[in-house]
Design a protein around this ligand. Structure first.
Ligand code: SF4
Length: 302
């Protein structure tokens, strides 16, 4: 994707007036610091919040943390990934340096960690940063280790627990548009995206080929995306059972990991076919439209 296509897209994002925050995630956005500086300044100047996700590998000292963050004016929130897998490569002190620098520069700080590690992470942070900084940090606890990227070979990790029940949660990712490096815009920012097991069901368009209004219109009309926002993949697994293709489903899933179930559903052509047919039915569409109105206050499909 060229810088020019990206800038046009961000201009459209601003003009639509519906987007409040843009998140730069990775990989590691600070590895391409020179490329993201201009988009961040542009979005900030237009009044949008900008969040950047990082491991804080660059915050080797308090002074360097201030210097690096100051070189990217316009960041309103820094999200730092902190867990045993990141700390294999990044000293914990870097995280503390980044947090202290954020407090000094008025940037919100959020820590993303794993639920089973959160106590250790919070204790270590309190040991390294002033209480006034610690009180400003919010901690988000991921419930599951995801078996994608560097985690693809962690099936036997002691904190991966498999259960013979469907994981149950709505998909928050489907309320967000993810822009991939090749220009594809998708509603799935989770495992399907990263393990190549997904289908094109979640794709909303391609930058440079589709206009911004075509992409937002595709998102609005995508009944699958809205079903995932309302019920998550469990509802679709129950449809697969009701339509007689349950034998194609796995027998266990990772506890609290809806992406594990989702990948299983959408990597099976027979189940995908069943879901597609269900989503074409007027009754199910009506139910989705009504549920959007009732639970999300969105009237567009009525
Ligand atoms: S639940 Fe499915 S659609 Fe949602 S993020 Fe996970 S893999 Fe993607």
């Amino acid at each position: 994707m060229s810088q020019e296509v990206l800038e046009t897209f961000l201009g459209d994002v601003v003009d639509c007036g519906k987007v409040e925050i843009v998140v730069f995630s990775g990989g590691e956005p600070f590895l391409v610091r020179k490329k993201i500086g201009k988009p961040i300044s542009f979005l900030c100047a237009k009044g949008l919040a900008v969040s950047v996700q990082t491991s804080a590998y660059w915050a080797e000292s308090p002074a360097k943390a201030i210097r690096v963050l100051s070189s990217l004016p316009g960041i309103s929130q820094l999200v730092v990934s902190v867990d045993e897998f990141h700390q294999e490569f990044v000293p914990f002190q870097n995280v503390a340096n980044a947090c202290t620098a954020c407090a000094e520069l008025g940037i919100d700080i959020r820590i993303h960690t794993l639920a089973y590690e959160s106590e250790r992470v919070e204790t270590q942070l309190k040991e390294r940063i002033p209480a006034s900084v610690a009180s400003k940090i919010s901690v988000y606890r991921n419930q599951a280790i995801h078996l994608v990227g560097r985690g693809h070979n962690l099936r036997d990790h002691p904190n991966i627990v498999r259960q013979d029940v469907f994981p149950e949660r709505v998909c928050f990712s489907c309320s967000v548009a993810f822009l991939l490096p090749d220009g594809t815009v998708t509603a799935c920012g989770g495992d399907m995206q990263w393990n190549g097991k997904g289908c094109d069901f979640f794709e909303l368009g391609v930058l440079g080929k589709n206009s911004f209004s075509e992409i937002t219109s595709a998102a609005e009309k995508n009944y699958l995306v809205h079903a995932m926002r309302l019920w998550g993949p469990k509802r679709l697994a129950e449809i697969a059972i009701a339509r007689g293709v349950a034998a194609n489903l796995g027998s266990t899933y990772i506890r609290d990991d809806i992406c594990d179930l989702c990948c299983d559903l959408f990597s099976n052509p027979e189940i995908v076919d069943v879901i597609k047919k269900e989503l074409d039915k007027a009754g199910f569409r009506r139910e989705i439209a009504l549920a959007r109105a009732f639970f999300l206050g969105e009237l567009e499909m009525l």
